[in-house]
Design a protein around this ligand. Structure first.
Ligand code: SF4
Length: 357
């Protein structure tokens, strides 16, 4: 429950906890530092707090943990894939990627996902539950502590749909950008959505300088509805309008993700349609070779196809690049490691049906 989840609290809320326990105010700063900067998972590590106080806090405000269950390191490019075990025994995945400018962590926002995209392993067992802000932060802390590094960029592109866990996602973003805490630049955080249109409008009002990344994956309704069921609820024209409004209101460029599936959405005709849809928009298109997952028969497009698709879009004035695929030897696409590890043991405590989206 949020009211006892101390790692999901902003600084003033920790101050309230401290004052409700009759403690001096400086304790709030000490506790907040341990939780948000150092990412400790136990009060025992808070060595500047008296033992009796640590025991009291542990009893009333247990810290949500995020422990490494499995870790795979790519031999090709140092990409690290984590499977984390949460306090309740559920698992989520994160991927750590090393770039010239620093480390990027791809984090999960839910255990599983109910959005049903056909090319995605995360959704195959539905959604188990949404993550608390502390559990999204916990993935950053655990990776930083494990590798003894500082993560400079975060992408919310792991398991789950962040805008289906809206309040916790927003609180996570505010905590991650908190000067007294992790102090990550919000400009270095990308939030990826499959296109929950009303939440895109809500996001405009939050005035957060993050990058919005929209998984498009098809240039028309017929094709998009086949690979992304959310499109039946929020068709492409509504989505593109919301994206245009987002760029107009925030002056921030939108990224469109387009996973190239062989003989499905990778033809010249698709490229021309996509160019027509996005022409004139403040945007960038990322072409990604689709992940080949056991649970789907879809194959990724050839490299020649990717290059040709990119060329057509760029020639029509739509800024497009092909994204380098990292960690291809370690199940680095989202959901694969968890589904291998917990096959047949998924808990479905509070999963809603997709039809309720
Ligand atoms: S691609 Fe994203 S939104 Fe779609 S099922 Fe996978 S995790 Fe969910």
């Amino acid at each position: 429950m949020r009211e006892f989840d101390i790692k999901s609290m902003i600084f003033t809320e920790v101050e309230d906890v401290v004052s409700s326990m009759g403690l001096p105010r400086f304790r709030a700063k000490q506790i907040f530092d341990w939780l948000q900067i150092y990412g400790v998972m136990s009060y025992d590590e808070m060595t500047n707090l008296p033992k009796s106080l640590r025991e009291k806090l542990a009893e009333k405000y247990p810290i949500n943990s995020c422990e490494i269950e499995l870790k795979q390191v790519s031999n090709l490019d140092e990409t690290v894939k984590y499977l984390f075990r949460l306090s309740d025994g559920n698992f989520v995945e994160s991927v750590l990627m090393k770039y010239k400018y620093g480390y990027t962590l791809c984090v999960s926002s839910q255990v599983g996902c109910k959005m049903g995209c056909v090319f995605c392993a995360s959704t195959k067992s539905g959604c188990v539950r949404s993550l608390m802000p502390s559990e999204i932060l916990g993935q950053i802390h655990a990776a930083q502590r494990d590798m003894n590094i500082r993560i400079s960029h975060v992408v919310m592109m792991g398991m789950g749909e962040p805008l289906d866990n809206y309040e916790n996602t927003i609180r996570f973003l505010r905590l991650a950008g908190e000067e007294k805490g992790l102090n990550l630049s919000l400009r270095n955080i990308s939030l990826s959505t499959c296109g929950i249109v009303p939440r895109i409008y809500d996001l405009i009002d939050e005035k957060l300088p993050i990058t919005l990344s929209v998984s498009l994956h098809a240039p028309d309704d017929k094709m998009r509805s086949e690979v992304m069921p959310i499109n039946k609820k929020y068709p492409i024209n509504e989505l593109i309008k919301a994206c245009k409004d987002y760029t107009k209101e925030t002056s921030r460029r939108i990224s469109f993700e387009y996973a190239m599936i062989k003989d499905v959405n990778d033809t010249d005709e698709c490229a021309l349609k996509l160019a027509g849809l996005l022409r004139g928009m403040l945007c960038h298109v990322n072409l990604i070779p689709a992940n080949e997952i056991n649970e789907s028969e879809h194959k990724r497009s050839t490299n020649d196809r990717l290059q040709r698709f990119m060329k057509i879009l760029n020639s029509k004035g739509v800024n497009t690049t092909v994204r380098r695929s990292l960690g291809s030897d370690i199940d680095a696409s989202c959901g694969q490691l968890r589904s291998k590890h917990v096959r047949n043991s998924v808990r479905r405590d509070d999963c809603e049906n997709f039809s309720k989206v």
